[in-house]
Write a protein that binds this ligand. Sequence first.
Ligand SMILES: [Zn+2]
Length: 248
Amino acid sequence: MASPPSTPEPTARLLRSEEELALRPASERIRYRLVTAERRHHANDNIADFVREGELEELKAEVQAKVQDLLRTLVIDTESDHNTNETAQRVAKMYVDEVFRGRYVPMPAVTEFPNVGKLNELMIVGPITVRSACSHHLCPIIGRVWIGVLPNEHSNLIGLSKYVRIADWVLSRPQIQEEAVTMLANELQERVRPDGLALVMEADHFCMHWRGVKDNDAAMVNSVMRGAFLKDANLRREFLSLLPRRNA
Ligand SMILES: [Zn+2]
């Protein structure tokens, strides 16, 4: 069977010269750098280190052309249908600049403060509203995250709004809820270095409402407990009891 005309060249053909590479689309150049650096580039990985200035604009134009192809393949007459006239452009912008932005831009700058007050009491941040998309269907996931931090005297403290920005950066990618929570925990662990870290995420997966079982009660809850929260059942209970009743 003949392959469709838009099938890209396999990226396995390495050792291209810079000149040759410059003639290729931005997505291929970025992928080339990732492959040669042996860096994973799954849907929920951040690849900002491999994107050069101006390439996101090029990427957006490429995505737009492919979405236009997709609409055409769905036999939608985007030329006479004023509703879908600019859909490809809107979707490309939405993916690259908004809902999947966390793949393409570096982590937001976070100022860490030394724990001068030697705070060692349980702190809870949340609920933080998070928006993502499932990697399986690219359908929205809308949810809330609660973060429990047990700092020690060597921990760094970060401002409350920074938790929100880091969560948004991790979640603004096609995700799998369990992996998203673990990724967020890793980022916070590295920055704050607390004695204990706990995360709970509750989210609504629109692929469960819109398609498949069409279940209207499809909230998924999962959690990550680290350090003191793993060892100390009382601490864990305290954290969980301080979360507002989730269905309220
Ligand atoms: Zn899904």
